[in-house]
Design a protein around this ligand. Sequence first.
Ligand code: GRF
Length: 211
Amino acid sequence: MINIGVLISGGGSNLQALIDNIKSGMINAQIKIVVSDHKSAFGLQRAENENIKAVFVSKKMAGDNIQFHNNILEILQHENIDLVVLAGYLSILTPLFIETYKNKIINIHPALLPAFGGNGMYGLKVHEAVLNYGAKISGATVHFVDEGTDTGAIILQESVEVLANDTPETLQKRVLSIEHKLLPLAVKYFAENKLQIIENKGNRTIVKING
Ligand code: GRF
């Protein structure tokens, strides 16, 4: 059984979806720790409700982003974490962090990458951008994290229709319900060692799902 560390910044509905799918037996893993960069993140409460260790790590106290992530690394290594899940985590990971957990960090993004991703594309801004562009479909992407923003190898994607009368909030809600399905599924595949990483002609990493 693998040990998961979940990094959050907010509500933690994706964290909850993971918790629920572990409890139901769908995923053979345990969440050893939840780390938040926001003190008041509701996700911390969700973890505590399930008796999962939950900690707030202060960026201010750390001084800078490098020290901050070194502090988080230390916490995760202490818990023998095999997989880091970013579930609505807003801070930018450091190169050392990414290197330490190479191909062991999974992120969920609320759009169909590579569209509507990159710096500054988070939360409602993503859905606003989709609506402003007039895109007719959107969706969710689960991917491995590399040194770029939202550029890592794609594990799973699923689309949702964009409706004529959608607001960023209604679209967000429809995409979230897909996220709650995709993220646990990707974690399940990881836990079962089914994700095979293939360098495609040296310029793009492709994930194959075996079995
Ligand atoms: C989700 O839309 C996720 O795709 C994005 O941040 C949001 C987090 O929502 N990365 P929650 O905290 O899991 O409810």
